[in-house]
Design a protein around this ligand. Structure first.
Ligand code: DX5
Ligand code: ZN
Length: 217
């Protein structure tokens, strides 16, 4: 299984994003946490920033939209040329129609589930998505502790994806670090978001390789 490490720039220096993206050149994708202060109680950056980040890095962008009304906004983010656009199941009115629209525009379509969100309604929709994000913390802030209670959901998803033969990436996000990444890998994740674990190190690129090795072990 391919292992992807997607550093989150939420933990980077907000005054130097171009330089901070340069420090993670060995990342698979760069994870961009868009927060609107409504869906989550925190505010980060929006469309203009995403457009500009795209111009200053060759790393494909993995957008995580923690925003209300993704049905309206996610396609607009996809139009920026983002590689992957993930919206929250809890916020979307028509998740299937939205995922189809994202694919039409040319982005990988992702759906995110908060820790308390039940999987059942989404299992039969697997063919509609390119990525399922299992949140391993409550969305909104970096630096929180990994929630092992989310692992049964991930395990069920891994079984379903393997049984389907589909190329759906299973992403985890929140509290992923050297001491937790193997737990999520064992439960079936193949795509790992890490903010503080990458940018908390003096040499973020080294932390990426360390996490990659631990996930594959
Ligand atoms: C949290 C964000 C995460 C965050 C993870 O709502 O979705 O992407 O950056 O940060 P760490 O890795 O520090 O838990
Ligand atoms: Zn995120």
């Amino acid at each position: 299984m391919t292992t992807r490490i997607n550093p989150s720039i939420l933990a980077a220096d907000f005054a130097n994003f171009e330089r901070e993206l340069g420090r993670i050149a060995n990342a698979d994708l760069a994870h961009i946490d868009v927060m609107d202060n409504h869906f989550v109680p925190n505010l980060t950056f929006g469309l203009a920033m995403v457009e500009r980040l795209q111009q200053v890095t060759p790393i494909p962008l993995d957008l995580h939209l923690m925003i209300d009304d993704p049905d309206r906004w996610a396609p607009i983010y996809a139009e920026t040329g983002a590689y992957s656009v993930t919206f929250h199941a809890e916020a979307a009115a028509e998740p299937v129609a939205l995922a189809r629209r994202l694919r039409e525009i040319g982005a990988r379509a992702g759906i995110a589930l908060k820790p308390g969100t039940d999987l059942d309604a989404y299992l039969e929709l697997l063919p509609e998505f390119d990525q399922i994000l299992v949140m391993t913390v409550e969305p909104g802030f970096g630096g929180q502790s990994f929630m092992p209670a989310t692992m049964p959901k991930l395990r069920r998803l891994r079984e379903a994806v393997d049984a389907s033969g589909l190329d759906v990436w299973l992403q985890v996000d929140g509290g992923i670090a050297a001491d937790t990444i193997a737990i999520a890998a064992e439960a079936g994740a193949d795509t790992f978001v890490a903010g503080s674990a990458v940018y908390g190190g003096e040499v973020p690129a080294d932390r990426i390789e360390e996490l990659r090795a631990l996930a594959a072990a």
